[in-house]
Design a protein around this ligand. Structure first.
Ligand SMILES: CC(C)[C@H](C(=O)O)[C@@H](O)C(=O)O
Ligand code: SF4
Length: 472
């Protein structure tokens, strides 16, 4: 049932996919179902046990990313030492073969992190509904697609029916006017917004990012921004499709070609929110107020600018916030009032579905070219896909990184999450370009500071948390 009157981008996506209503819930048609090895084995097992088939196998794509080691991938799943990881990787190969789903297995050059590969292959397109058993599915909203994470039982439901039950969220718009300063990137904007909105401040909402500073972002930047929407509690993040979106998609594998491209463009141009559309919540910020950001705590809203000092829990408004901050500081081994810049690091991790695309790696290479990683730091760069890796190698980025002392790895989630051999040791402090700094996430007792690739690169060189401007 189309909503009456002017509609937002979200309303339009919703209306175009609603196939039935029941008791306040809507059954939405799913255009693209992305799968990975961790949240799909039970779904396939359930499907097989019920004697069901996959309704539209051509609308699914499977990737192996969380469990894969980032060295020696050519050996395939059989070469994975951890038995549980190996079983999940092998199950994905078997299940996709059995049900006729396209799969880029471990070691396939087209493979990599699901949220990097979908867009790269041209599978993620404006106007679509996209789901995956993974919270950071919000990334694909950068294309003007309604993209959100689902649970394993829902993965089974989508496999069987190509639909998903949903309750409609409220519309929220974040307008970012003006221009980001030099060395300030989409990641800084996302962390800045997290600091303002909080980790559950956007619960029950779908956020549309708008304004001149968002329009000026590349597709890579928009993906980084939408990726972190889930950390604010939002159901999804969205950017209206425009010339930047179309230029990124034109000629990409699965993107429409010829007359279908012209028809798609005409359709996609109708998607942006109507001028009179109403958003239940609006937030406006000036891009010039966004500093290079760093997290100091154990959730991604606990952030400060690179020139800032660690906050004093005693100054926080509620008992809960004071307790959370005190606990975070104890875990992170940081003191109130301490400057964040200069905090000594053991490790640097550049990668993850937040920041492992070619543009991210170019930024890193530009900063570290001709410099050396500090001797006490172990730094690694993990491209988001095999194709990002190849593109970087064709540009000589790998050579620049290796010469600076970085480890250059094969694609995967890697040290974003401790599900593969790339982990922090207890007590190690790491600058990371990923999206979650939860306790023990990068390895038991590991301490994570979230930041942009630019800051992570500068920090690797300086040996402690550093502003790239300090190297200029
Ligand atoms: C393993 C997976 C279910 C999880 C997610 O949903 O986000 C992971 O990708 C993460 O980033 O924590
Ligand atoms: S890179 Fe990290 S955040 Fe992204 S899907 Fe993998 S584990 Fe999740």
């Amino acid at each position: 049932m189309p909503s009456p009157g002017p509609r937002t981008l979200y309303d339009k996506l919703w209306d175009a996919h609603a196939v039935a209503e029941d008791d306040g819930e809507t059954l939405l048609y799913v255009d693209l179902h992305l799968l990975h090895e961790v949240t799909s084995p039970q779904a396939f097992a359930g499907l097989a046990a019920a004697g069901r088939t996959v309704r539209r196998p051509e609308r699914a794509l499977a990737l192996s990313d969380h469990n894969v080691p980032t060295m020696g991938q050519a050996a395939g799943p059989a070469g994975v030492a951890d038995a549980a990881a190996r079983a999940q990787l092998e199950a994905l190969v078997d299940n996709t073969r059995r049900f006729g789903i396209e799969n880029f297995p471990m070691g396939d050059p087209r493979g990599g992190i699901v949220h990097v590969v979908g867009p790269e292959q041209g599978r993620s397109q404006p106007g679509m509904t996209i789901v995956c058993g993974d919270s950071h599915t919000s990334t694909h909203g950068a294309f003007g697609a309604l993209a959100f994470g689902i649970g394993t039982s829902e993965v089974e439901h989508v496999l069987a029916t190509q639909t998903i039950r949903q309750r409609k969220s409220r519309n929220m718009r974040i307008c970012v006017e003006g221009r980001l300063a030099p060395h300030v990137h989409a990641k800084d904007l996302a962390l800045h917004l997290l600091g303002l909105v909080g980790v559950d401040g956007a619960t029950g909402h779908v956020i549309e990012y708008a304004g001149a500073a968002v329009r000026a972002l590349s597709m890579e930047g928009r993906m980084t921004l939408c990726n972190l929407s889930i950390e604010m509690g939002a159901r999804a993040g969205l950017v209206a499709p425009d010339a930047t979106t179309f230029a990124y998609l034109e000629g990409r594998g699965a993107a429409p070609g010829g007359e279908a491209w012209t028809a798609a463009l005409a359709r996609w141009r109708t998607l942006p929110s109507d001028a009179e559309a109403v958003f239940e919540r609006e937030l406006r910020i000036d891009a010039a107020d966004v500093a290079p950001m760093v997290s100091w705590g154990t959730n991604p809203s606990q952030v400060i600018g690179i020139d800032g000092r660690i906050p004093d829990p005693a100054g926080l408004p509620s008992a809960d916030a004071r307790d959370a901050a005190a606990r975070a500081l104890a875990y992170m081994a940081l003191l109130p009032g301490q400057k964040i810049a200069g905090t000594r690091l053991d490790r640097v991790f550049i990668g993850s579905c937040t920041n492992s695309r070619i543009e991210d790696l170019r930024i890193v290479a530009d900063i570290v070219r001709g410099r050396r990683v500090a001797p006490h730091v172990r730094a690694m760069v993990v491209p988001g896909s095999g194709l990002v890796k190849r593109a970087a190698e064709a540009e000589g980025i790998d050579a620049v990184l290796r010469a600076a002392g970085f480890d250059w790895r094969e694609p995967g989630c890697s040290m974003c999450v401790g599900m593969n051999p790339d982990r922090l040791h207890p007590g190690e402090r790491c600058a990371a370009t990923s999206n979650r700094n939860f306790e023990n996430r990068q390895g038991r007792g590991g301490r994570t500071h979230l930041m942009s690739p630019a800051l992570a690169a500068a920090s690797a060189i300086a040996g402690g948390i550093a502003d790239p401007a300090s190297l200029d």
